[in-house]
Design a protein around this ligand. Structure first.
Ligand code: SAH
Ligand code: SF4
Ligand code: F3S
Length: 473
């Protein structure tokens, strides 16, 4: 991958010595990007940047982008135009994340307002990039017409990022923690192997240290992140390989951590010990996101998914044998090249058969550089749209049915934040369903104190996407 840093002369005033500057970071896409965005903020705060929640008047705007579907790219380009107008006059606009990685320096030709382009594996170098742009600009102001004022770095330095970033702080009662990154699966529709790079697993002791620190700062639930999180195979201090199931056991020993989750998994890596973990690790929540993508074996093969529909359903059966109470969820793509009406019907059939508690579904978006983009028999947009609506209706229905099973039941909710009203709180059930509930306490202060607690809530009503209830004192 190309690395292109336009070197500028050193010896500038470090940003830390300057008056407070304002930064705005917008993260698009998956949870890992959200996690990366938080880490960027943590990295830049000591340099004197204060985080704000809009681009208005900001001195630094970071777009932490997603490249997964065409729409995500379009949104980024329109946001650049918008933020350029509302940010401070001389604002530095930086594009990171997966689109930054995919387009590299080319992105600055398409969007000249952008001064910095970087990828998911180089964001720890942001302080360096910013300093280079600032130095270049100072030199230009002093008459050096050719001083470089742009930086592009889409290198893939393995694991360097995790060593260079400051220790994670608390992100609240439920917090993300990246343990694995990148992907070697190369599904034919997907850009992730190109934007995030090869699969790497962080060493066990680094993860445990970070988790410990998070627990000490109030985190109760850890959501372990990876593009193929169940392919995790990090090393412990003795050089032994540790599986995700073993890592979950170690994390369960941390005092203060009450709940563990992980996302996203690949069917191929659903190992025996992971299924046993759902049965044996009391802190591992009964929820498993395991995307299937399609129900037709012909399409699954063209997608390079390495399993058939029957094999996938057999995995679900086995997982449910170990943990009968488990809530399963998945992802689907409709309108993959060559998908016939019959193939689509098979996708609907597997959506029924999987009994998901919810699932994400997408219309296939051809991505430049991926094999599927060049496959014949691309499906017309209007058919994709129709099929997507049909699938979503099936999935919405099963989600509502699942939510209804909780009506009248009492469940444990990890409280994450204040709700819409003064006596309302919001959290999640063990099965990962959002729960809004009333506490009967009219003091905001008293309610706020309950954030981070795991409370018994009686469910009074099930909605399409969430549950409503009241606190059992
Ligand atoms: N690593 C995860 C998630 C990858 S991206 C996994 O393997 O499941 C999240 C989801 O986006 C995918 O599961 C897939 O359903 C969807 N997706 C990926 N590429 C896509 C494309 N080109 N068009 C439409 N949806 C896509
Ligand atoms: Fe993309 Fe497939 Fe890798 Fe998931 S497993 S990130 S869908 S290539
Ligand atoms: Fe998007 Fe990159 Fe995540 S493409 S889905 S931000 S890994």
């Amino acid at each position: 991958m190309p690395v292109r840093i336009e070197h500028a002369v050193e010896n500038t005033t470090p940003a830390a010595n300057q008056a407070a500057k304002r930064m705005f970071i917008k993260s698009y896409g998956c949870q890992m990007n959200v996690y990366d965005g938080l880490r960027m903020a943590e990295l830049l705060t000591p340099l004197g940047y204060e985080l704000q929640d809009a681009a208005d008047g900001a001195d630094l705007v970071i777009l932490n982008t997603c490249h997964i579907r065409e729409k995500a790219d379009d949104k980024m380009f329109s946001d650049i135009g918008r933020f350029r107008k509302t940010a401070a006059d001389n604002a530095i606009i930086a594009v990171g994340g997966c689109t930054g990685q995919a387009l590299g320096a080319k992105l600055m030709q398409q969007a000249p307002a952008v001064s910095i382009v970087f990828g998911p594996q180089t964001y720890h170098r942001l302080p360096e990039f910013i300093e280079k742009v600032e130095t270049g600009r100072t030199q230009r102001a002093a008459g050096h017409k050719n001083a470089p004022i742009r930086v592009s770095d889409t290198d893939f330095p393995e694991l360097e990022k995790f060593d260079k970033l400051p220790q994670a702080n608390s992100y609240g009662p439920s917090a993300f923690l990246t343990i694995q990154e990148g992907c070697d699966k190369f599904c034919t529709y997907c850009v992730v192997p190109y934007t995030r790079g090869a699969e790497i697993s962080r060493p066990v002791n680094h993860i445990l240290e970070e988790a410990q620190e998070m627990a000490e700062n109030g985190t109760r639930e850890l959501v372990l992140l990876g593009q193929n999180v169940n392919a995790y195979h990090g090393e412990d201090v003795d050089g032994n390989e540790v599986t995700l199931a073993k890592l979950l056991d170690k994390l369960a020993e941390i005092e203060g951590i009450a709940r563990l989750r992980f996302v996203t998994s690949h069917p191929q890596n659903t190992t025996q010990d992971l299924m046993e973990a759902f049965r044996d690790n009391p802190k591992l929540m009964p929820f498993f996101h395991l995307p299937v993508q399609a129900g037709s074996n012909k399409i699954l093969q063209a997608m390079n998914r390495s399993h058939t529909a029957e094999e996938y359903l057999a995995i679900l059966d086995k997982v449910r044998e170990y943990c009968p109470d488990i809530a399963m969820s998945g992802d689907f793509i409709v309108g993959f090249p060559g998908e016939t009406e019959e193939d689509y019907q098979q996708t609907l059939a597997i959506a029924h058969a999987s009994k998901y508690v919810y699932a994400y579904s997408f219309a296939y978006s051809p991505r430049p550089g991926t094999p599927a983009a060049d496959m014949p028999n691309q499906v017309p947009e209007d058919i994709k749209k129709e099929r997507l609506a049909g699938l979503q209706a099936v999935l919405d229905n099963s989600q509502e049915e699942f939510n209804k099973t909780f009506e009248g039941k009492t469940i444990e909710v990890l409280v994450e934040e204040m709700g819409g009203k003064i006596d309302q709180l919001r959290g999640r059930s063990p099965h990962n369903v959002a729960v809004n509930f009333t506490t009967g306490l009219t003091s905001e202060k008293l309610n706020r104190r309950l954030i981070g607690d795991i409370l018994k809530v009686k469910i009074t009503e099930a909605g399409a996407k969430s549950l409503m209830g009241e606190l059992i004192s």
